[in-house]
Design a protein. Structure first.
Lengths: 210, 187
């Protein structure tokens, strides 16, 4: 490598690579070593493992892989103000149309009147009610069965995450009762089962904003 | 809306947030954007080399994600799903650029794209690795970021960019050699 005061970026990369050429790696190439690393250094390649030059390069490649994510995370932290502005931009550009889903009929004394509540709003209702208990956050809400036909047997599948340190059995029971009560007030659904799956636990929310 | 009202969702796991967002819960989606957006943007910036383009890519990805979340089968994998979308959108951008410039010029160093502010910023972070990556010739940097960070397979990068797999492998090997060479502390 020459020591002229050249802009290093104007050099051919090949010229800057002393120590990483096949002759320094006992005939192995970086491409080959990368594949060997990808394969978890299996099956063991004696020629690579016995070459000090190749082993140095292998270690450096492994380190590069690990630190690439760390580098990205540092860069991601760089500019919180800018984050705020583009995040706001994303949120103003998404469609606010709800996913209405199916129409759930509600009876009315006047046969000429047809009342419906959408599946989407029932899911929203369930979320708000169950979140209100505290100690858990509802995820997915699925209504199983033909909700468009009055009286049809409907079962509910709900996922939730619980804050640490709770009795999950009594929590799921609370969630079930709350949902059943809420649905009885707002719908005429014939709910035969409410299945609650606590799929995760999470720490207590902090006072800080995200 | 705003950060305040979504506060109780801040510590919720990804899968819960993704399921809610699939059901059009804006507050849950907002937490996902806050949680993963900065990393996605840093990744796109590494692939594309231009921060403003990275902003566009990540905004597009989130808008697309909002509309497609209900089709995501495993909601707990939302982060890798989002990162994959960033890979795809970034590749799209590179292809569009490629249509505009001569492919032969493509491998030229992009040091000129580094603004003085960016150089200072990177130095302030004392992040030698970031500097080494940013100094790579464009195609090397693209291939490196897509494979090393995005985990996009060689064959897919090659197909998407319309170059032979051997080219992608060659670019990546050169990128790795150059970076390792510059990271003297590692040896």
């Amino acid at each position: 490598m020459t020591d002229d005061n050249l802009d290093p970026t104007s050099l051919d990369p090949e010229e800057m690579l002393d120590g990483m050429n096949p002759e320094d790696l006992d005939g192995h190439t970086i491409d080959e070593l990368s594949d060997y690393l990808d394969a978890g250094r299996e099956p063991r390649n004696e020629s690579i493992e016995n070459s000090p030059g190749a082993r140095i390069a292998l270690d450096a490649l492994a380190r590069l892989r690990n630190e690439s994510w760390a580098m990205l995370e540092v860069e991601a932290l760089a500019d919180p103000d800018r984050d705020q502005s583009w995040i706001k931009n994303v949120l103003t550009n998404i469609s606010r149309e709800s996913r209405a889903g199916r129409d759930i009929p509600i009876s009315h004394p006047d046969p000429a009147v047809r009342l419906n509540i959408t599946e989407g709003s029932v899911r929203g209702l369930i979320r708000v009610a169950a979140d209100g208990i505290g100690g858990s956050i509802i995820g997915k809400v699925a209504l199983d069965g033909d909700v468009t036909v009055p009286g049809e047997a409907i079962s509910l599948d709900v996922t939730a995450s619980a804050t640490y340190g709770q009795n999950l059995k009594s929590l799921s029971q609370l969630i079930r009762e709350k949902i059943a009560a809420e649905l009885a007030i707002h719908t005429e659904l014939n709910v035969v089962a409410i299945n609650v799956t606590i799929q995760d636990v999470h720490p207590e929310p902090t006072e800080e904003t995200p | 809306m705003g950060a305040r009202s979504s506060n109780f969702l801040n510590t919720a796991p990804d899968g819960i947030l993704a399921a809610r967002a699939a059901d059009r819960d804006v507050a849950a989606f907002e937490v996902l954007v806050h949680r993963h957006g900065p990393l996605m943007r840093a990744y796109a910036a590494k692939v594309l080399g231009v921060a403003s383009e990275a902003d566009d890519v990540v905004q597009d990805v989130f808008i697309q994600a909002w509309d497609q979340l209900d089709r995501l089968s495993d909601v707990t994998a939302v982060k890798s799903w989002l990162m994959r979308m960033v890979s795809n959108r970034s590749i799209e951008r590179i292809r569009r650029r490629k249509d505009l410039v001569n492919v032969d010029d493509w491998d030229a160093p992009v040091a000129a794209n580094l603004t003085p502010e960016h150089v200072v910023e990177v130095k302030l972070q004392m992040n030698a690795l970031a500097t080494a990556v940013d100094r790579l010739p464009e195609m090397q940097r693209q291939c490196w970021a897509l494979k090393e960070i995005g985990g996009v397979p060689y064959a897919e990068i090659a197909e998407q960019l319309g170059v032979p797999v051997s080219t992608v492998r060659g670019q990546l090997a050169r990128a790795r050699r150059t970076i390792i060479q510059e990271m003297e502390a590692w040896r």
